[in-house]
Each structure stands twice: as structure tokens, then as C-alpha cells.
Design a binder for this molecule. Sequence first.
Ligand SMILES: [Zn+2]
Length: 363
Amino acid sequence: MLIRKAFKYKLEPIVEQEIMLNKTAGCCRFVYNYFLKLNIDQYAKDKTFVFNHQMVNMLPELKKEYPFLTEVFSQSLQTAVRNLGAAFKKFFNKQSAFPTFKKKGKQDSFTCPQKFRIEEERDRIFIPKVGEVKYRNSRPIEGEVKSITISKNCGKWYVSILTEQEIQEQPKTFNNPIGIDVGLKEFAVLSTGEIISNPRFYRNLEEKLTKEQRKLSRKEKFSNNWQKQLAKIQKIHSKIANARKDFLHKLSTQIVNNHDIIGVEDLCVQGMVKNRHLAKSIADAGWGMFVNFLEYKCLWQSKTLQKVERFYPSSQLCSECGSKQIMPLHLRTYLCKDCGTTIDRDFNASKNIELRALKLAFV
Ligand SMILES: [Zn+2]
């Protein structure tokens, strides 16, 4: 089985390199937006679109018209055009919305499909037309490198290295099953009895965010100070997103390493987010992202992620004897009328999810 992985590192460009990075991202955004507009205009005129290869073939002409495009790596421009083609294809297949114009400062990125060179021992990566850029080499790259994508987030540059790797599919085993119940107060409760809390520093950042947002509302809109404050807030947002991702990566890796079959509730996250009481903890906690991480990490290790049907009454069943009783939300302890088992509500639910997942996996 062929699997793809992405390895992301922080870049440490010198001033001249940063200028070129900005320029390349800017030119890629320019051609992307140029061809998007061309498509919109042509469609308005005669209800047709410009094909992928037509757009790529038009690039040389475009360079004559806009000479600054020749200063950057041409294959990155081609990739930007192909990305637009892919976005259109997704739209036609009803997999995503109509492509939108890329904005400066929000989508600064470009891809190099070839001609780059990674020197892991020297912590350097050669980016065509940019030069050898130092990167923070935090972990070794695995697999065959296919392409690199360079992106900017909150003023910092990153490289994401896409690799492919052939792995032997191993026979699946079903040792150490685990059930995970999504908590409201806590992030999750595991059927091993472990309670996973939301990281504290993350809460701290949130408090800071509220404070800074209040400051913003007191400033005159679009003034210099307002702009500065907005940048500060965007930085906190990105810090929160990173902290969340980091937390979810560590947790999912740990669970997949230690368990062969993992049961989770098949939550309709969007539906729950609409419910205001549940909204905050679930949207924040990134449950959807967590399940996604579990899913692909299970695939890498030939393990099983078993989703338990949405309306399975995991809170209402006794995990010891299987009898069922109504459990209003305020009841924190499950006291079984049939067998007398007394157990924490969420712990009981996580055990039921584990049992259900095992059953479903063997059907
Ligand atoms: Zn019971």
C-alpha cells in the first residue's frame, strides 16, 4: 500500500531569500487569480471554461505581458495553475465550493514539484531561484520525497515536504481495544479509565485572546493601532491552532501506538456545533480533526478505527450487564438498577463504545 506523509518544518531564510519567497508566493497568487478571473469572464460570455492544459499553455504569453513573472521558478507557476484546475474539478464533482480569489497575507504559498534539494545533515533545503535556506530540522524525513510546499503563516515561513512510502500491509490484530467517549467538560474519557483534559496553556491563550479582542473593540477601526492590535490577535489565533494540533497529534499517536482497535462515536460535529451548549467545547476541542488523525494513523499502522453509529445509546447501557436505562444529562454517575454497578457516566459510555466497536469490527 502506498501512503503519503507530509513533514513540516520552520524555515529560517535570510533577508534576500525572504524577498524571493514573498515574490514567488505573490506571483503564484497572481496567476491563480488571473486564470480564475479569466474563467469567470469566459463563462459569463459563452458558458465554457478554460481547460487545465490551455491555462498552462498560456503562461509564456502571460510572462511577456507581465515580465515580473519570469523572476520566479516557472514550475511553481505551473503548479499554481494546476491547483486551480484541480479546484475546478472538485467543484464540478460537487466536492467543494467554487474556487475563490487568493488573498495576500492569507494564502501565501507555492509548491516546487522538482529541482529542489534537501540536505538533512546540513539542515538546508535548496529552493529554486531562492537558494539554500536553513530549516529547523526537528525530525527525520521518511519515504521518497515528491514535492515541497512553502507557506507563510503570521510572518513565519514553513516548508511542508510531501513523501510517498510503500508499506507492507500487515494482518490486522485486535489486541488492546479501546473506546473513546467525547467529553463535554474534559476532552475525552477512555475506556482504560484515563481522563484526557484540554491542555491548560490552551485555556490561558483563550483568556488572553478575549482580553486582546476587548482592546481591539476600543480602538478606532482601521487606524494604525487597530491594525497592530488585529495582527496581535491573528497571532494568538494561530498559536491556539498550533497548540491544538500539537495536542491532538500527540494524543492520537499515543493511542494508535498502544491499541489495535479504536472505537469512537460517529459524531455529526457540524450538527453539534449548531447546538449552542455543546458548541464551544466540541468546536474548540477539534474532535473532527482528532478522528481524522486517528483515521490516517490507523491506516499507516494497519490498525482499525471503528466508528460506532451515531445513535448508539452508549450512555444509557450498563457496560457490565447490558441493561438499559434513561440517563438525563445531569446524572454524572451510572447506577445500574439490574446489577448494581456504580460507574462514572462517561467512563461507562467509553466502555460501551469499546464493546460496540469490537462487535462491529467482527461482523
Ligand atoms: Zn448492570
